[in-house]
Design a protein around this ligand. Sequence first.
Ligand SMILES: *[C@@H]1O[C@H](CO)[C@@H](O)[C@H](O)[C@H]1NC(C)=O
Ligand SMILES: *[C@@H]1O[C@H](CO)[C@@H](O)[C@H](O)[C@H]1NC(C)=O
Ligand SMILES: *[C@@H]1O[C@H](CO)[C@@H](O)[C@H](O)[C@H]1NC(C)=O
Ligand SMILES: *[C@@H]1O[C@H](CO)[C@@H](O)[C@H](O)[C@H]1NC(C)=O
Length: 226
Amino acid sequence: MASATEAINALFLILFLQHLLFTTANDSIPVPADWPQQFHSVLFINRSGNLRKTDLWYDWPNGRNFNIVQNQLGVLTYDLEWDNGTSFYYTLQPFDKTCKIMHFDVGILRPSWLDGANYLGQESVDNFLCNVWEKVDFITYYEDVLTRRPVKWIFFDGMVSHVMTFEVGAVLEDEHWQAPVYCFDEMKNETSEKTNAFVLESEDAASAGFSHGMLMREMPHSAYAK
Ligand SMILES: *[C@@H]1O[C@H](CO)[C@@H](O)[C@H](O)[C@H]1NC(C)=O
Ligand SMILES: *[C@@H]1O[C@H](CO)[C@@H](O)[C@H](O)[C@H]1NC(C)=O
Ligand SMILES: *[C@@H]1O[C@H](CO)[C@@H](O)[C@H](O)[C@H]1NC(C)=O
Ligand SMILES: *[C@@H]1O[C@H](CO)[C@@H](O)[C@H](O)[C@H]1NC(C)=O
């Protein structure tokens, strides 16, 4: 009699411990928060000592994403991305009027683009205690443990983005999502693409200003809507 009760107790104990183990196991592997549907972020970006400030306007419901990039004491550049795969890279006056159009076979990043990222543990960065993930050797992503806001990310090539503001729900008005008219002049002349359309002063200007958005679009396809 006593041994039967003991056996049942032992069974329950084992089931309980198993339950505890599974629950704990699940709790101990954090996943990154999805990006909000719409937000505005100011990023400080350092690529090999070249510094820039980027205004990132992520707008998933409208299928668009904007990087407005101020190079330190330099050119202000615009990187306007549409979910149909078209990106406009341009500069406005008082800088030279330049525009470069690129077509990608992916749209903008999905809010859940970090799904499947590999958890690396916790680390203190920029004075925040962060959970850290790595996505396919492409990006290392740091998220504040307390608020679950992104703090920083590092691309495989060493470019570092520090997240200075993160305004969830902020939306840039429609009128600002308009590439200048000279982008469309160029578009009519498909053949001129290699000469006229690429009127950026130098390769340096292009890579310095636009690399963040371009890098993002090089992310493996599972991160995108298409
Ligand atoms: C743990 O996670 C797995 C996979 O996500 C799930 O199937 C399982 O139900 C979870 N277990 C508990 C106890 O939450
Ligand atoms: C930028 O990154 C370089 C390394 O690539 C580093 O030496 C430098 O201190 C950084 N500058 C700032 C302002 O963080
Ligand atoms: C994608 O959408 C933008 C904005 O509506 C438009 O300017 C562009 O021409 C479109 N690209 C293609 C390939 O349809
Ligand atoms: C388009 O191509 C034609 C013929 O080559 C040329 O005359 C015209 O100036 C070009 N337009 C633009 C906007 O580049």
